[in-house]
Design a protein around this ligand. Sequence first.
Ligand SMILES: [Zn+2]
Length: 394
Amino acid sequence: MSELPVIDLRSAIIIDQHAHSLVNDFVQFESVDLRRCFTESRTMDMLQNHVQNSLSYIDMIRKLQFLLDVSSEKQLIELRQTMREFDLVNSLFDDVSLGAFIIDDGYSSGKAMPLQKFSQLTDRPVFRCLRIESLIEQALSISSSFGELESKFVSLLSEPSDVPIVALKTILAYRGGLRLLDTTKELAQEEFSPLKEGAKDRSNEHGKSGASKPKVRIEKSNLYHYLLLRAFEFAGDRKIPVQIHTGLGDSDEDLSESNPLLLRRLLEDKHFSSVKFVLLHCYPFVKEAAYLASLYSNVYMDLSLACFLVSANIESILMDAISLAPLSKILSGTDGHTVPETYWYGALSLKRGLSKVLTKLVREDFLEPAQAMKIAGDILHGNTRQLYKLDGLA
Ligand SMILES: [Zn+2]
């Protein structure tokens, strides 16, 4: 009896539905800088002594050595430093057929590449995702009353952009957790003055009196959650999805507060039932996210970040998602950032995992090979194209 075919996805196109920008001068990185992109930890001891011993990093370096024909991390770093940014990024992105990106440019280290430049350098279409918290903080710093804050926030959400805006994103999970407060406009309004005073005091403490507007960092509060709900309404009106960070992904967060099951109140609220929510990362709560995607028609999920931080386990993570969530609800994202290796390795890992999972399902007679190929295309690019309506924009 002839062997059933392997579902080969090496040349399949990926639309990366969640990533960040590259930084300028990424080819000049030292090994510690490269390692920093493959961990959530921020301690030098981890970067110098441990990250290079994590399985994902070992595998990433091996695959990269093979692709670029070098034999150690040291040689790889030396080679990168002689390369043109264009050559490195395009050889990696071509290798895994990364076709387009939705980029959250809401956090800036000051070194992040503007999206137009990212698109030129990579020669690929780029779409923009607005980070809600950055806009709230921006609006707060320029408002002197709650009414002004609300109107400034809405104008920032609607501000025209050179790069098409196709999504909003919230980092609620690491600003106090995913459990939304039962808030009202009145409660939010009461917090405005204390929040502004607090920000002023903090900026004075840091010896910056008289400097530019006091910087506010919003954390769990009625004001924050009230504006977040306004942003969800805005997304519903404009018919753009909202990405929600869940699971791992930031050293600031209490992981136990980032379980997507904590979103139940929001997902049960009929007022928001027409807003599409995309659960990002999800690991280690992949089964929980898949459960929500199977229950609520407006919930989607991806395995970004997990695909490059937990790559050895990607097959079982994908199986957890695929076995419960409808296949039209699973999207592909890498959470790539800073250096092209993160997007490349995330995409490589997703394709490798998906190929193994679908091949297994064909061999076990769950799917016909043609069905498996169709599902792979949907997960790698089709679902994203449809959800964010990218066809008319590209
Ligand atoms: Zn991200």
